[in-house]
Design a protein around this ligand. Structure first.
Ligand SMILES: *Cc1c(COP(=O)(O)O)cnc(C)c1O
Length: 397
């Protein structure tokens, strides 16, 4: 999935446009900018690509999640349901608002288990956040109807599934608010950056103002703008947006290569007895950013992971033993290692994690290997990789 692999003349040209005008900020300086509005242009591209009415660029994917939640009114003491398997950014974005992350089990989709979500709903629950991990998605219809039934805000973190679809709709566009990251390892990159997308005009306006100190962006005199509510600075710079503008035009090409490489590897390991694949909900099409497969048990997954490393098969992850993507290694969260005092409601909420176990999540993540799909591999390299993967797995089972 990495956008970092392919950087060329298109990106260079867009960045040069910005450097030539010298206006590195996305707002104001109308006279100096020679008509260059890279962030605004990229927002229009995002609206087209993801088939939504509104897109707001921000400084990162973590910022996008936090801005999305804030825009929908999530704050102090509200519970936000999130999965045990995701990037640490998910709970960071919730904690930033004084809200409480409530972790629940994943299922064989490697995303939220709708039943576990339902069991976790309390009177304090305000939002459900599905994280479309490793290029695929959750049971979106089931999650949507749960949210509707309990009057909850539905948020979709599609940072790792740019270009995937569900019932022909782009991932990110299905829930009330969708979030993307354009950091250096995502399918398309800005260097650093992110976006909130939505069809809700109120949420969009909130995201627009909130991510820029509350500025209402009316008129052409920035100093004279009013601040209808409090905000922060989660702005993207023009330089970053320029890179993204070039990259998004190449997204169809990136997805084609991902699919080709993914399919070759999948077809090869599918023939090995004992290998099964993550479930993709009916109507879903993966972004092919990762190939995810299950082994029979934790022990064989650990063996295969070690064999991959020994044989030079990089970018394959056994997330069960990984510090950043699975609850098991998030001691800084469960032990509340904060630099500053946390609100008492948050402390209370996190207290619950101290002795908590997630057997169902362990059952899936313990047996799962996720292989990143690179864009820069030649066909021979993919073939060679497929051969090595098959022989490593066979030697371990
Ligand atoms: C990368 C990522 C983020 C955070 O993005 P940053 O731009 O690095 O802040 C959030 N959620 C998921 C699932 C991610 O993979």
């Amino acid at each position: 999935m990495p956008g970092f692999e392919l950087f060329g003349d298109l990106e260079r040209k867009e960045v040069h446009d910005v450097l030539d005008s010298g206006v590195l900020m996305r707002y104001g300086f109308d006279g100096m900018r020679n008509g260059h509005w890279k962030a605004k242009e990229l927002e229009v591209e995002l609206q087209c690509t993801f088939e939504v009415n509104h897109a707001q660029l921000v400084s990162s994917g973590t910022a996008a999640v936090s801005v999305a939640l804030a825009s929908a009114g999530v704050g102090a003491g509200d519970e936000v349901i999130m999965p045990t398997f995701t990037f640490v950014a998910s709970f960071e974005a919730i904690l930033m608002l004084g809200a409480i992350p409530v972790l629940v089990d994943i299922d064989d989709t490697l995303t939220l288990d709708p039943q576990a979500v339902e069991q976790a709903i309390t009177p304090k629950t305000k939002a459900v956040m599905v994280v479309q991990m490793c290029g695929s998605m959750g049971h979106m219809d089931a999650l949507r109807s749960l949210c509707d039934h309990h009057n909850l805000i539905f948020v979709e973190d599609a940072c790792q599934a740019i270009g995937g679809t569900y019932n022909k709709k782009p991932l990110g566009s299905i829930a009330d608010l969708g979030c993307f990251s354009f950091d250096f390892v995502k399918t398309i990159t800005c260097g650093e950056g992110g976006a909130v997308i939505t069809n809700n005009p109120k949420y969009y306006t909130h995201a627009d103002y909130y991510s820029d100190h509350g500025h209402d962006h009316e008129g052409t005199d920035r100093g004279a703008e009013t601040h209808p509510f409090l905000g922060y600075n989660f702005r993207i710079s023009e330089l970053h947006a320029a890179v993204g503008l070039a990259q998004i035009k190449r997204l169809p090409e990136f997805l084609t290569v991902q699919k080709k490489n993914y399919t070759l590897l999948r077809d090869a390991i599918a023939r090995v007895p004992g290998v099964t694949f993550r479930k993709v909900p009916k109507g879903g099409v993966e972004s092919y950013a990762f190939l995810n497969f299950f082994l029979p048990d934790l022990e064989s997954a650990r063996k295969v992971s070690a064999a991959f490393k020994q044989n030079g098969l990089d970018v394959c992850f056994h997330y069960y033993d990984n510090n950043w993507h699975y609850f098991r290694k998030w001691q800084h969260l469960s032990e509340q290692k904060s630099l500053y005092p946390l609100a008492s409601e948050v402390k209370q909420g996190l207290q619950e994690l101290q002795n908590k176990t997630f057997d169902q999540s362990d059952h899936y993540i313990g047996r799962n290997i996720s292989c990143l799909i690179k864009l820069s591999w030649t066909e021979e390299q993919v073939q060679e990789r497929a051969r090595k993967m098959v022989s490593c797995i066979k030697s371990c089972l």
